[in-house]
Design a protein around this ligand. Structure first.
Ligand SMILES: C[S@@+](CC[C@H](N)C(=O)[O-])C[C@H]1O[C@@H](n2cnc3c(N)ncnc32)[C@H](O)[C@@H]1O
Length: 236
């Protein structure tokens, strides 16, 4: 259901549309997208929701280039509206599913910062396989992160943050924590997201990860052997 406040974002103005990137399946040419001579290294926010964090951050870093992906189209238009209001025209927004977008549309080592803030938590055990930030997704995140890229993850579902930390340990040597420990609780943020504010008002504590990509290349994906290549029981 669309709330009365969101109804006005059903139609995108031409100005708002100028911040929305082209749909498609091809890899994005970041230089063409931002009109720069060389492809810029971007800051990427995944699942930006109502877009406060992205628009605030982009407004204080006018020399940088920001990309956001969010599959709710009304939120994409609303965020374009906010970016224009705060003069953050250094943002390009994509209405897409995040795994598809990252895997198909972003080139290797194109990011200098990646943020995933309060992804849908799917707290029920039966729904956990729907969580976006699984091992396959973290592999793609590791591919698009340039050496030195920082990755921030926050969730009030502490088990989700632990799951991300465990999955990262299955990509050994690719990431190091910026803290002596892998995970911290309740680190204050300069630009809290809408969700973070709501959760804090409800009295929740927030688990956070802050990591940095090392220069180690991504190891080749190990495909499981085809059934025909497996020894039959007689070889055991
Ligand atoms: C819980 S909200 C958090 C929004 C914002 N990051 C915040 O902290 O306020 C999660 C957001 O991620 C978006 N989202 C969830 N799964 C997604 C996916 N697979 N691809 C793109 N966006 C997704 C949802 O539409 C929603 O806006």
């Amino acid at each position: 259901m669309v709330s009365p406040g969101m109804r006005r974002y059903r139609t995108r103005t031409a100005d708002q549309a100028s911040l929305v990137g082209p749909e498609g399946t091809d890899q994005i040419d970041l230089a063409a997208l931002f009109g720069t001579d060389a492809p810029p290294q971007i800051r990427l926010e995944i699942g930006f929701g109502h877009g406060e964090f992205l628009s605030d951050l982009a407004a204080v870093h006018p020399d940088e280039h920001f990309v956001g992906v969010e599959y709710d189209r009304l939120r994409v238009t609303k965020t374009a509206h906010k970016c224009l209001k705060s003069h953050a025209t250094n943002v390009r927004l994509f209405a897409d599913e995040a795994y598809r977008f990252v895997a198909r549309r972003l080139p290797d080592a194109c990011c200098r910062r990646i943020y995933i803030l309060f992804p849908d938590p799917w707290p029920k055990l039966a729904h956990r396989r729907r969580r976006l930030v699984n091992l396959a997704f973290l592999r793609e995140i590791s591919r698009i992160a340039a050496p030195g890229c920082r990755f921030g993850f926050s969730s009030d579902t502490h088990g989700y943050a632990c799951q991300v930390a465990t999955n990262l340990s299955l990509l050994p040597g690719l990431w190091r924590s910026l803290w002596p420990e892998l995970l911290r609780i309740d680190v204050p943020n300069r630009f809290p997201t809408v969700f973070e504010r709501h959760k804090r008002e409800e009295g929740c504590t927030i688990a956070q990860l802050r990591l940095e990509r090392t220069a180690l290349p991504l190891p080749p994906r190990i495909e499981p052997p085809a059934v025909a290549d497996l020894p039959d029981d007689g070889d055991a």
